[in-house]
Design a protein around this ligand. Structure first.
Ligand SMILES: Cc1ncc(COP(=O)(O)O)c(C=O)c1O
Length: 355
């Protein structure tokens, strides 16, 4: 059976406003220059100075002993669970977690793990929900070895786990002998929005990573951090998964550039997300979830327009956007301007008016 094609009808208008994902950013000229200037070596043998510098900086940022550069965030999640768990183990994560629904079944296929989906509003589960899902070690139940959270929670609406909630969940997990993992694909969005340092958010979490190919604007890469012993084991899986690289400093230089120039500006993406939500919520029949960061989820059901139809109409007008788990998700990022947000609101208003 063929896989679903990309979300855009190729006959639709050229894309002028790309709200599909924060992965859609293109490297800026300054980032490309930094990449061209990068000092490089053989990453696989630890010999690439730019990769090494990036890993030191992310380990420091996340308050961990060591870190490793990975080709993608998905590989960060996969290598982490492969180190934390053994075949037959149980992982607990929110029911909308990326590692359940969007990693090609990697955790089952490669690790033989089962993931228990925890319910909860906005992509987050309550400490009490975790407590109730825990069971004692018995002969007939799968060993529970890992709790994972997403900061921010993507499908939950880009929502931010409160520090107190993170601390409580980590404490419950630890008390039950479980390891803790934070999928920090958009962790820096959370730190910029709250002013809480990344290392404070990751305190109590054995492993955590950040993605550079999202709002930070780099072409590829995630960096996974943890204890030195954990990262040593991650390296074995990185090699097994075919993720060891060579002159990867070219890409690491883009990530370092992003750390230096693209973190504080995430606040602009959040402001654009708020402006988009405000504008959309003023249109009759559009229901919008109030954004906490750079993701805006909305539904046009109240206007009698199915989400798919709204998306197709927007594609015709040069806006690339998609339906995600029943709602339309708009992502603001480096390549989305305030003028584009205003134009997008105008398109939605017009589509509703002429429906
Ligand atoms: C919460 C979350 N985790 C993990 C990933 C995977 O990251 P990558 O696309 O770099 O593999 C994504 C990507 O969208 C994500 O949103």
């Amino acid at each position: 059976m063929a896989y679903t094609p990309p979300p855009r009808d190729p006959k639709a208008a050229p894309v002028r406003i790309n709200l599909l994902s924060d992965t859609q950013t293109r490297p800026t000229p300054a980032m490309r220059e930094a990449m061209a200037r990068a000092e490089v070596g053989d990453e696989q043998i630890g010999d690439d100075p730019t990769v090494n510098l990036l890993c030191e900086r992310v380990a420091d940022l996340l308050g961990k002993e060591a870190a490793v550069f990975m080709p993608s965030g998905t590989m960060c999640n996969v290598a982490a669970t492969l180190v934390h768990c053994r075949s037959g183990d149980e992982i607990l994560a929110h029911e909308t977690a990326h590692l359940i629904a969007r990693e090609g079944g990697a955790h089952a296929a490669l690790g033989g793990f089962q993931i228990t989906p925890l319910a909860g509003a906005d992509g987050q589960f309550a400490a009490e929900t975790l407590r109730k899902a825990l069971h004692p070690r018995t002969r007939y139940q799968p060993p529970q070895t890992l709790v994972s959270v997403e900061q921010t929670a993507n499908i939950g609406g880009g929502t931010i786990w409160k520090k107190a909630a993170l601390d409580e969940v980590a404490q419950i997990a630890k008390a039950a002998g479980l390891a803790t993992h934070m999928d920090g694909a958009r962790l820096l969005n959370a730190t910029v929005a709250t002013g809480i340092a990344a290392h404070d958010m990751t305190q109590g979490w054995d492993s955590a990573w950040i993605d550079f190919s999202k709002g930070l604007g780099a072409p590829i890469g995630g960096v996974l951090a943890g204890s030195a012993a954990f990262i040593d084991e991650v390296w074995r899986w990185k090699q097994r998964l075919g993720g060891s690289m060579r002159q990867a400093g070219i890409c690491a230089a883009a990530c370092i550039h992003a750390l230096d120039h693209h973190v504080d500006r995430l606040a602009d993406d959040h402001a654009n997300a708020r402006a988009l939500a405000r504008g959309l919520s003023q249109i009759n029949g559009i229901t919008v979830q109030e954004p906490e960061t750079n993701l805006v989820f909305f539904t046009p059901d109240g206007a009698g327009i199915p989400a798919d139809k709204m998306v197709a109409e927007l594609h015709k007008r040069g806006v690339l956007i998609a339906v995600m788990d029943g709602r339309i998700r708009a992502c603001t990022h480096l390549d989305v301007t305030t003028a584009m947000i205003e134009e997008m609101i105008g398109h939605v208003r017009e589509i509703v008016r002429t429906a």
